[in-house]
Design a protein around this ligand. Structure first.
Ligand SMILES: C[S@@+](CC[C@H](N)C(=O)[O-])C[C@H]1O[C@@H](n2cnc3c(N)ncnc32)[C@H](O)[C@@H]1O
Length: 426
């Protein structure tokens, strides 16, 4: 057992240095590819603000091809794209991705190819692999501009293009694709249409999980990334349950495959038309048993939702200045994500790792009595409150730690009275 003083997280979220270097070059690249006229430059802050209002509102009337308008794709590339790259590049390095030579990645709602570029910038080992990316979006224009930006940044930062085949596809989510993916990704996409349906959340998650798995090879993985707001956290928890019900088990950020103790408003998949009634390829896969119940936060209508928070200190000054100009200065970045995978039958034969129960730190730190600090966390037993002396240890949202022993009295773990969380200490 590590002592408090020598505890090193098994994983930690931190913005990839190559991403920061690329963002220093981004304004120059964009000025070359999509130069702004004087009047567009003057209106840039206003356009960013207006696109932000459109994207963050729950409005139903957003034009479906909003990213084909020059004012909007300029605003997207100069503001949303770099912030999304920073978010993605902070946790992509920690993911167990199964991407060998000849692997196929399908990126749904790829926009300006944000996720492929984030993979390039934060996973240097992939730069020499022969990968095929299907970058799909309902708006073709943003894919085309994105490819020019991708190539220009690869050339400027690495001196050459990676041996990746980049295929751009105009495509609407739900329509089948002939190619099957080893890795299916969708970043900041589902919040644009998932909630428009009035079908109950659990049932919608089952249907969406089935659609996603239809794009995958038999042993593929699905990576979903969403902004870290409560609704997105509920979506991620519901999708985790939906994907698990078809045998795609959560790999990250979850430190276990039991029920999710931070599900926001999601309660269960059950309801008319849930996974029980679904036919097709996904339902043919062997059904895992229901996930084990865990300690939940104290009862309330909206439970805490799974999301991570990272600082923006290292973000480029130009991006901070532009954000402030748009009235959208940022103090932190939040996001929710889920990597789920259909187990590889060959890997399943390998011996499982032993003794690796872990704890994922979620929340920001807050002071507790007695000079202690606390952070809400997730463990195989459920919702947990990690307590520690900030003078001796420091933890961050996203850290994966060896699971400390809970203090128990008469066989029951001690709980925090206010939150209902299991009390754990380092
Ligand atoms: C907020 S952008 C995200 C782009 C990129 N993935 C990123 O993280 O920066 C959402 C993208 O999803 C696309 N999109 C929205 N709904 C879609 C759908 N039903 N089918 C395909 N693409 C969709 C939009 O055109 C847009 O490019």
């Amino acid at each position: 057992m590590p002592t408090r003083e020598n505890l090193m997280p098994l994983e930690t979220f931190s913005i990839a240095p190559d991403c920061l270097r690329a963002l220093d070059m981004l304004p120059g690249v964009l000025d070359e590819i999509i130069p702004l006229s004087r009047s567009h430059r003057l209106g840039l802050g206003r356009n960013i603000r207006s696109l932000w209002e459109d994207l963050t509102s729950e409005r139903e009337h957003r034009a479906s091809e909003y990213l084909s308008a020059p004012a909007y794709y300029s605003a997207y590339l100069r503001y949303f794209f770099p912030w999304n790259l920073l978010r993605l590049s902070s946790f992509l390095p920690t993911l167990a991705l199964r991407l060998d030579d000849e692997a196929t990645i399908v990126d749904l709602g790829s926009g300006p190819l944000t996720l492929p570029l984030a993979l390039y910038l934060s996973r240097p080992e992939l730069r020499t692999k022969k990968l095929t990316f299907f970058c799909t979006d309902r708006t073709e224009k943003i894919l085309k501009v994105g490819l020019m930006v991708f190539e220009s940044l690869c050339l400027r930062s690495g001196g050459a293009l990676p041996p990746w085949t980049m295929i751009l596809r105009r495509h609407q989510f739900g329509i089948p694709l002939a190619e099957k993916a080893d890795l299916l990704t969708a970043a900041n996409v589902f919040n644009e249409f998932f909630w428009k349906s009035k079908v109950p959340l659990g049932m919608r998650a089952s249907l969406t999980a089935r659609q996603l798995l239809g794009y995958l090879k038999d042993s593929g993985s699905v990576l979903l990334v969403e902004p870290g707001d409560p609704r997105s956290g509920s979506f991620i928890s519901a999708m985790r349950a939906g994907l698990s019900s078809f045998g795609a088990m959560p790999l990250s950020p979850c430190p276990h495959a039991n029920s999710c103790p931070m599900p926001g408003i999601f309660r269960s998949l059950e309801g008319p038309g849930s996974d029980a009634g679904l036919g097709g390829e996904a339902s043919m896969r062997s059904k895992p048993k229901s996930p084990q119940a865990v300690v939940m936060p104290k009862h309330r209508d909206k439970y805490p939702w799974c999301h991570f928070t990272i600082g923006v200190d290292t973000a480029p000054d130009w991006l901070k200045a532009l954000s402030a100009e748009a009235g959208l200065a940022k103090e932190k970045l939040v996001f929710s994500f889920l990597l789920s995978a259909i187990p590889d039958p060959h890997a399943a034969l390998a011996k499982p790792k032993e003794g690796c129960a872990t704890l994922r730190v979620l929340s920001e730190g807050f002071p507790l009595p007695g000079g202690l600090a606390g952070r809400y966390s997730c463990s195989q037993k459920g919702y947990a409150l990690l307590r520690y002396f900030p003078m001796r240890s420091s933890f961050s949202s996203g850290d994966l730690l060896p699971l400390p022993q809970a203090k128990a009295a008469q066989g029951k773990e001690e709980r925090d009275e206010k939150s209902g969380a299991i009390l754990l200490s380092y």
